[in-house]
Ligand binder design. Structure first.
Ligand SMILES: Nc1nc2c(ncn2[C@@H]2O[C@H](COP(=O)(O)OP(=O)(O)OP(=O)(O)O)[C@@H](O)[C@H]2O)c(=O)[nH]1
Ligand SMILES: [Mg+2]
Length: 119
């Protein structure tokens, strides 16, 4: 995507997240193979500041060894702890192995049951 197109998408997404009144939770999908990326950290920081509820979902955890997944998860948590007192829920998943699927579905069910409308 061109820089201009990216900016349009970004603005659309941020407006949606800010204005969607019945949004209960947002999921930030983070590639578990990568160390914390600036764009992910910026987005997470912004969601926190806007008080938009979110959880972090690490994806593709089957693609690397468990110690490396743990290392990248720990690094992201450490980065977040620098700013935030409480950390969001974090899920480690693999679409390939269905890892984390049940946990994530349970979480979504829990969120849906606690549905509230903020006007
Ligand atoms: N091994 C593995 N491959 C996956 C997993 N999730 C997605 N893929 C593969 O990654 C490729 C991209 O799939 P997408 O659904 O676009 O996933 P994405 O997280 O958006 O990944 P990117 O587009 O690569 O950034 C496809 O070939 C998928 O089959 C996973 O959990 N494990
Ligand atoms: Mg993709």
């Amino acid at each position: 995507m061109s820089k201009t197109e990216r900016a349009v998408w970004e603005s659309m997404i941020r407006n949606y997240l800010r204005r969607r009144e019945n949004l209960q939770c947002t999921f930030i999908l983070v590639d578990s193979r990568l160390e914390p990326q600036k764009n992910d950290l910026d987005m997470i920081q912004w969601l926190g500041e806007e008080e938009i509820p979110f959880a972090i979902v690490f994806t593709k955890t089957d693609k690397l060894g468990q110690p490396q997944v743990q290392a990248n998860v720990a690094k992201l948590k450490r980065e977040l702890k620098a700013t935030w007192e409480t950390l969001p829920d974090v899920f480690e998943t693999s679409a390939e192995k269905s890892k984390g699927r049940d946990e994530l579905l349970d979480f979504i069910e829990k969120v849906n049951k606690a549905w509230t409308f903020y006007s």
